[in-house]
Design a protein around this ligand. Structure first.
Ligand code: FMN
Length: 416
C-alpha cells in the first residue's frame, strides 16, 4: 500500500518550511500554489474563485506597460478604479514591455494600486509578442531585460515591500538558462517563474512535457532564491510530483486550473494525506465550480461601481469571454477587471450553438467559462440555479423541457 492510500501526509522537500521569504518584507506560504498569468482568463471572479480554492498567489493576465503607465482608463480597466481589493491579494500584475521607463512607471503605479508585485513577461512566444519585441523575444536582448528590471526595482522595489519578478522559458541549453536567470536575479528580480519548455514556435506554445529536470537544477543552483516551477500540470498529483522533482518553492499552473479551479484544494488534500476526498474533477464538481463562479460574478456585480457605459464584448473571431456591460464595442480589448456578464454568457453560448463548425463545448474553449465543457453541464447548471431561486419543477420544465438533468436539449431550448 502506498503512503498516499494509507493517508500519510506528504513531506515536501522544503518541509518544515511554512513560508517562502521573497524579500525582507514579503513572504508567501510554502508551497506557493500560483495561478499562472493567462490573457483573457485571469479576471477578478476567476481569481476570486481560485483563491477560495487554495491558490495563494495569482497573476493577472499580461498588460502593456506603456498603456498602463499612460492611460488611467486602461489602468482602471485592468485593476478597477479603486485598485486591488484586499481580498484579491497577493496579486502579481504582469506586464509586457521593452522600455525600462515604461515598465518602471507601470510597476510604481501597480504598487500604488495595492498589488503585491509586478512581473515582467519574458516568456510569451506569440506572433504579437514577436512583432512587438517583447515576451520571449526579449531573451536575445539580455541587456535590455536587465535594464527593464533594474528600472522597475529602482522605481518600486528598493524597499523590499513590492516584488519585481520575471517569468521566463527554458533556453536551448541548461547552461544558458542558468546564465540568463542569473542576470535577471542580479538585476534585482526577487522571484523567477520558469516555464519548463523552450520558446518553440509562435503557434506551438505549450506542447509537450515540461523539462522539470532543468528547473530542478536551477532551483538547486539558486536556492534559497525563490523559483516557481511552471508547465504541464494535468492533475493534482502532477503538482505534488513537480514539487518533489524540482524542489521549487511552488508551482504555477495555467491550463489545468482553467479546467479545474479547485486543483490546488485537491493538492492540499493530497499533501495532508487525504487523497480521494475529491475524485478526479468529475462532472458534479465541475458543475459546482461553475455555479460558484457565476455566484462570484453576481456578488462582484453587486459590489462594483455602476457598470461601465462603453462596454466591451468578445474579441473578433469569437471564443473569447470578457466582461461586457453592453453588447457594443466588440473590438475592445480584454481586461482582467472585466468578467462575463450573464447576458453575454447566453449570447456567447447562442453564438457558439449557431456556428456549425464548433460544438457547444466550445463555449469554454477560449474563455474563463471553459469550465462549462458540455451542453449537459450547462443544462444541469441552469436547472439547479432555477431550483435554488425557487422555481417550481413545472416552471423549470417549461423552460428547459422535461428530461433528466444534463440532457442536451434543455439548455439549448433555454438559450434559444
Ligand atoms: C489561455 C492562456 C493565456 C496565457 N497568457 C499568458 C500571459 O498573459 N502571460 C504569460 O506569461 N503566460 C501566459 N500563458 C502561459 C501560461 O502562463 C503558462 O506559462 C503555460 O500555459 C504553461 O503552463 P501550463 O502547462 O500549466 O498551461 C497563457 C497560457 C494560456 C493557456
Amino acid at each position: 500500500m502506498s503512503a498516499l492510500s494509507e493517508g500519510c501526509p506528504i513531506r515536501l522537500p522544503l518541509h518544515p518550511a511554512t513560508s517562502v521569504p521573497i524579500t525582507p518584507h514579503l513572504s508567501l506560504p510554502y508551497p506557493i500554489l500560483a495561478v499562472a498569468p493567462m490573457v483573457g482568463q485571469c479576471d477578478l471572479p476567476f481569481r476570486t474563485l481560485c483563491r477560495r480554492h487554495s491558490s495563494n498567489l495569482v497573476y493577472t493576465e499580461m498588460f502593456l506597460a506603456k498603456e498602463f503607465s499612460e492611460s488611467a482608463q486602461y489602468r482602471s480597466d485592468a485593476l478597477s478604479r479603486t485598485g486591488v481589493k484586499p481580498e484579491d491579494a497577493p496579486l502579481l500584475v504582469q506586464f509586457a514591455s521593452r522600455v525600462p521607463s515604461e515598465f518602471a512607471a507601470a510597476a510604481l503605479l501597480t504598487r500604488e494600486l495595492g498589488a503585491w508585485g509586478a512581473d515582467l513577461n519574458l516568456g510569451c512566444p506569440q506572433l504579437r509578442a514577436k512583432q512587438g519585441g517583447y515576451g520571449s523575444w526579449l531573451q536575445e536582448e539580455r541587456d535590455l531585460c536587465v535594464a527593464l528590471i533594474e528600472a522597475a526595482v529602482e522605481a518600486a522595489g528598493q524597499d523590499g515591500k513590492f516584488a519585481i519578478t520575471v517569468k521566463i522559458r527554458l533556453q536551448e541549453t541548461y547552461e544558458d538558462t542558468l546564465a540568463y536567470a542569473t542576470r535577471l536575479k542580479e538585476a534585482g528580480a526577487v522571484m523567477i517563474c520558469v516555464h519548463g519548455r523552450q520558446r518553440g514556435t509562435t503557434d506551438a506554445r505549450r506542447d509537450g512535457s515540461a523539462d522539470l529536470e532543468s528547473i530542478a537544477k536551477l532551483v538547486e543552483e539558486f536556492k534559497p532564491f525563490p523559483v516557481l516551477s511552471n508547465g504541464n500540470v494535468r492533475c493534482p498529483q502532477d503538482v505534488v510530483d513537480n514539487l518533489m522533482t524540482t524542489k521549487a518553492c511552488g508551482v504555477a499552473v495555467a491550463e489545468e486550473i482553467l479546467r479545474n479551479p479547485g486543483l490546488f484544494e485537491e493538492v492540499e488534500c493530497l499533501l495532508a494525506g487525504r487523497p480521494g476526498q475529491f475524485e478526479a474533477p468529475h462532472k458534479a464538481r465541475r458543475l459546482e465550480m461553475l455555479a460558484e463562479y457565476l455566484d462570484v460574478i453576481q456578488e462582484l456585480d453587486q459590489s462594483q461601481e455602476a457598470p461601465r457605459e462603453d462596454g466591451s464584448a468578445w474579441p473578433k473571431g469569437g471564443g473569447g469571454m470578457v466582461r461586457a456591460d453592453s453588447m457594443e464595442g466588440f473590438e475592445k480589448a480584454r481586461y482582467s477587471n472585466w468578467w462575463p456578464h450573464a447576458d453575454v454568457l447566453k449570447q456567447h453560448a447562442r453564438r457558439i450553438v449557431d456556428t456549425p463548425e464548433c460544438g457547444f463545448r466550445d463555449v469554454c474553449k477560449r474563455s474563463t467559462f471553459r469550465k462549462t465543457r458540455y451542453v449537459g453541464e450547462m443544462d444541469a447548471f441552469l436547472r439547479r440555479r432555477m431550483r435554488l431561486r425557487g422555481w417550481r419543477e413545472e416552471e423549470v420544465a417549461d423552460v428547459l423541457g422535461e428530461g433528466e438533468e444534463g440532457e442536451e436539449g434543455g439548455a439549448l431550448a433555454f438559450l434559444a
